[in-house]
Design a protein around this ligand. Structure first.
Ligand code: SF4
Length: 374
C-alpha cells in the first residue's frame, strides 16, 4: 500500500511551476489538521495491507515544522500498519535544510529526501525564481548525509535556455561529486498558467526549442550512464537499484491513497482527484466530507494509462496485460501502429514485453499516445 500527502504551501512561486500550492501560509496549521482528518476518513480506501511507502510531496513539505510533521506521522501510524522497512520520503527545498531540521526529519522517521535543487547555476536559479542559492544547493546534500540520511534524490531541470551545453555539463558534474544514489531530471516545460506561460504569450521569452531539448536529453542520459546511473524511467536515474519505490508503484499501477488539496488516489478501477483549493478543501473536510471528483476508468483508460506510464520504465509493458486490460481490443486497434513503430526502431519486444529503444525514449509520450485505443 502507498500513501501520498500533499503539502500545498511554498515560500514563493517558481516561474515554471503549475503544481497546486499557496504562498499564503496563514492557515497552514489548519490544513495540516484537515489532512490528518482526511487520513482518518479515508482509512478504508485501500485494501488491507502494510503501508510500504509514504511520500510527502507538494508544494514544499520541508516547510512543515516538527509538531506538524510528527502530528501527520503519528496519525498515519495510528490509522495504518506501516511496514518496518517502509520508504518514507519528504520533498525538501535547499533553503529549508539546516543541520537541526535535517536531524529532526531523521528522528521523525524520514528515511529518504527528494531535494529540489534544479540547478547549481545561480543565474538559472534566479531565472526560474527558485528560493535558494547555488551555494545552498551544494551544501544541503552534505548536511543531509551528515544527518544520516543517505537515501537522497535530487531534482534537476534541463533545457533551460543557454548559449551552450556547458552549464548542464557543469550541473551534472556537481551532482556527481555529491554522490547521491538517485537523480530525477525534468525538461523545462512552459505551462500556460505560470509566469513563464504569460511571458511567452507576451513574447518576453522564446519557446524551448525541441532540438535543443533533445540534445540536452541525450547529453544528460549519456553522462548519467557513464557515471553509473541506470535510467529506470525516462526522467529517473538510480545507482545500485536505489529506485524510488513510491514512484515505481505509480508506474506499476499499484493502488495508492493521496491526501491533501489536489492529491490523487487510485484503487485499480477509478481515480479520485481532490479539489485544488486550500480554503474549499478545509471547509469540506471540517464538515466530514471529502472534496474529490471520481473518474471511473474504462478498459480503454486503463490500457492507455498502462501504456503511458509503463513504456517510460525499464520494466516496459506486457502484451498479455494490454490484452487483458483492453478486453482484447489492443491488438485489434493498435496492432498495425505497433508494427510501424517497431519497424522504425523505437520499440522492441522481448518475451512478450514491449520496451522503448534508446531512440524511442526521445519520443516516449508520443509513442504511447500513438498506441492509445478508444
Ligand atoms: S517547483 Fe516546488 S517550490 Fe517551486 S513553486 Fe512549485 S512546488 Fe513550490
Amino acid at each position: 500500500m502507498h500513501l501520498y500527502i500533499h503539502i500545498p504551501f511554498c515560500k514563493q512561486a517558481c516561474h515554471y511551476c503549475d503544481f497546486h500550492f499557496s504562498t499564503n501560509t496563514t492557515n497552514k496549521r489548519a490544513v495540516v489538521e484537515a489532512i490528518a482528518r482526511e487520513i482518518v476518513l479515508r482509512q478504508s480506501y485501500l485494501p488491507d495491507g502494510d503501508m510500504e511507502t509514504i511520500y510527502f510531496g507538494g508544494g514544499t513539505p520541508s516547510m512543515l515544522d516538527e509538531a506538524e510533521l510528527r502530528f501527520l506521522l503519528d496519525t498515519i501510524h495510528r490509522q495504518f500498519r506501516v511496514a518496518p522497512n517502509a520508504e518514507i520520503t519528504l520533498e525538501a527545498n535547499p533553503d529549508d535544510l539546516n543541520a537541526a531540521t535535517l536531524q529532526m526529519f531523521a528522528k521523525s522517521g524520514i528515511n529518504r529526501l527528494s531535494i529540489g535543487i534544479q540547478s547549481f547555476h545561480e543565474p538559472h536559479l534566479r531565472f526560474m525564481n527558485r528560493a535558494h542559492s547555488a551555494v545552498e544547493a551544494e551544501q544541503c546534500v552534505k548536511l543531509a548525509q551528515d544527518a544520516g540520511i543517505d537515501n537522497i534524490s535530487i531534482d534537476l531541470i534541463y533545457a533551460i535556455p543557454a548559449e551552450s551545453h556547458a552549464i548542464l555539463l557543469s550541473d551534472l558534474s556537481k551532482a556527481f561529486t555529491l554522490n547521491v544514489p538517485h537523480i530525477s531530471a525534468y525538461c523545462l516545460t512552459i505551462e500556460p498558467q505560470t509566469a513563464f506561460g504569460s511571458w511567452l504569450k507576451k513574447k518576453k521569452i522564446k519557446p524551448i526549442e525541441e532540438e535543443y531539448a533533445a540534445q540536452q536529453f541525450e547529453i544528460l542520459v549519456g553522462s548519467l550512464r557513464e557515471n553509473g546511473y541506470e535510467q529506470y524511467e525516462i526522467s529517473n536515474f538510480a545507482r545500485n537499484s536505489r529506485y524510488s519505490n513510491h514512484n515505481s508503484s505509480y508506474w506499476k499501477q499499484h493502488p495508492y491513497l493521496g491526501v491533501g488539496p489536489s492529491a490523487h488516489s487510485y484503487n485499480g478501477v477509478s481515480r479520485e482527484y481532490n479539489i485544488s483549493n486550500n480554503a474549499k478543501y478545509l471547509e469540506a473536510i471540517q464538515k466530514g466530507s471529502i472534496p474529490a471528483t471520481i473518474e471511473t476508468l474504462s478498459p480503454a483508460d486503463q490500457t492507455n494509462e498502462y501504456l503511458l506510464t509503463g513504456l517510460r520504465t525499464k520494466w516496459g509493458v506486457e502484451r498479455q496485460k494490454l490484452e487483458m486490460l483492453s478486453a482484447g481490443a489492443f491488438a485489434l486497434q493498435a496492432g498495425e501502429e505497433l508494427e510501424r513503430i517497431t519497424r522504425k526502431g523505437w520499440i522492441k519486444e522481448d518475451s512478450g514485453i514491449l520496451l522503448l529503444t534508446e531512440a524511442g525514449k526521445l519520443f516516449a509520450d508520443r509513442i504511447a499516445s500513438d498506441l492509445f485505443i478508444d
